[in-house]
Design a protein around this ligand. Structure first.
Ligand code: 5AD
Ligand code: SF4
Length: 441
């Protein structure tokens, strides 16, 4: 009898890729593979790549080069590249790096088992097209394996926004939403397997418009339907575009009990000139007004965002407008990046800001965000919040989990298990986490 084969997946980038890697592992489970954390014992290595960062493709090539020794030792080892770099580079990857047996784009993961069979015969396999046969259908989990308390669930992929800096519309393709019934079915299945919190994922998740009963469903409608699933305690979603925050979704933040008070709503810049050049189709003012409406619906919501500094032709004044916007919003969390060129995107052709200027702006922006983040965390001291416990902490007897506002919280008590959702009084704020005291019940 053949041994079980081992699959090593290395995941780069966003939660979408983490989710996709899990689905790939499940699909390959059907082809007799179990996953391993150790590349050296793998029969197949898959790099699930991300194209957002600078020189992403070059980094993939150098990572692949490092597998040469493994392949020399074990000629049957198969190497595959998945994710957005696979989509963007396609066949070029195999041409530049002959070690690679398989290249698979995000829309084609359901084909992995067939591709695996093909590469076992010594052939190469490539699938990087964009058709939308519902890849999730064939990737659905077979065995009812137990899951941890939190899970991601992809509801939407791709993006039609074409921000001038971004590769997503090219690598992930046009915006496509999964049918509501499929999402609900997957959510129920996750809950049966122990999941209590679901984060709905999509590059532009609030543009969700999946087919459902009575016509297309909005994200708000989907969230309300998820809210009715017994055993599911918490709902989150990421990442959203300001222009797709409709009234129902804003209202849901105030009315839907399971929707958590945390919203990631990237603005990218606070300068209207830059926003226009980014093709963002909102202004700093319209974004601020939107946040006011969201806060009117849910006053304690924690806002998070993404920022790009040093976008082509960004002046000190433009940057200052971003700093002003951050001051006005008061974020609980933020991701910030120096602009980096993506070949093929419009911004790549524009006059670039010097690297040292970008670094210096990023530094100032991050200092401001860190202060706000810390203040938001400190403000939790004395409050009682829900915490979904996930795992033991580093200290003996400690359990850690996430608060409703997505802060890491730890308690020291023997009386709580992973998967428990408990009320916790926050007693202390440390650099990256909160300490709490379990309340009875
Ligand atoms: N340069 C820097 N940051 C970028 N992002 C996307 N493309 C680029 C780029 N070319 C950032 C945006 C986006 C996040 C996921 O990554 O802020 O919201
Ligand atoms: Fe990229 Fe987001 Fe803009 Fe879409 S909305 S193009 S994913 S930054």
């Amino acid at each position: 009898m053949a041994d079980v084969k081992k699959l090593y997946i290395k995941t780069y980038g966003c939660q979408m890729n983490v989710y996709d890697s899990e689905r790939m592992a499940e699909a390959m489970g059907g082809a007799g593979y179990v996953t391993t954390e150790n590349a050296a014992e793998a029969d197949m290595i898959l790099l699930n790549t991300c194209h957002i960062r600078e020189k992403a493709a070059e980094k993939v090539y150098s990572e692949l080069g490092r597998f040469r020794a493994l392949k020399d030792e074990k000629p049957d080892l198969k190497i595959g590249v998945a994710g957005c770099v696979a989509q963007a580079e396609g066949q070029e990857i195999m041409r530049r790096q002959p070690l690679v047996d398989l290249v698979v784009g995000p829309q084609s993961y359901h084909r992995l088992p067939q591709m695996e069979a093909r590469v076992q015969t010594g052939e190469k396999a490539l699938a990087t097209d964009f058709p939308l046969d519902d890849k999730f259908d064939t990737l659905r989990q077979r065995p009812k394996a137990k899951r941890g308390p939190t899970a991601f669930l992809t509801v939407q992929e791709g993006c039609d926004k074409f921000c001038a800096f971004c590769v997503v519309p090219y690598t992930r393709g046009a915006e496509v939403s999964r049918p509501a019934a499929r999402v609900l079915e997957e959510a129920r299945d996750l809950v049966e397997r122990g999941v209590r919190e679901i984060t709905l994922l999509g590059q532009n998740v609030n543009a969700y418009h999946g087919a459902g009963e009575g016509g297309d469903w909005s994200l708000a409608r989907l969230i309300w339907a998820l809210n009715d699933i017994d055993g599911l305690e918490r709902i989150r979603f990421t990442t959203s575009h300001p222009n797709d925050m409709d009234d129902d979704l804003i209202a849901a933040h105030g009315e839907c009990a399971k929707l958590m008070p945390y919203l990631h709503l990237p603005v990218q810049s606070g300068s209207d000139k830059i926003l226009k050049r980014m093709n963002r189709s909102h202004t700093a003012e319209s974004y601020l007004r939107l946040i006011e409406r969201i806060r009117a619906a849910r006053p304690d919501i924690l806002m998070s965002g993404d920022f790009i500094v040093g976008f082509p032709e960004e002046t000190e004044e433009d940057f200052q407008a971003t700093m002003d916007l951050i001051e006005a919003v008061n974020y609980g969390y933020a991701f910030s990046f120096k602009y980096s060129t993506r070949p093929g995107t419009p911004a790549a052709e524009r006059p670039q800001v010097a690297e040292d200027v970008k670094s210096e702006r990023l530094h100032r922006l991050q200092a401001l965000i860190t202060r706000q983040q810390r203040a938001a965390q400190d403000a939790m001291v004395g409050r009682t919040v829900g915490v979904l416990f996930e795992k033991p902490g580093r200290m003996a007897g400690q359990m850690v989990g996430k608060s409703d506002h997505l802060h890491a919280v730890h308690v020291t008590s023997g009386d709580v298990a992973a998967g428990d959702l408990r009320q916790v009084e926050i007693v202390e704020s440390a650099s990256n986490s909160l300490a709490g005291r379990l309340l009875q019940g």
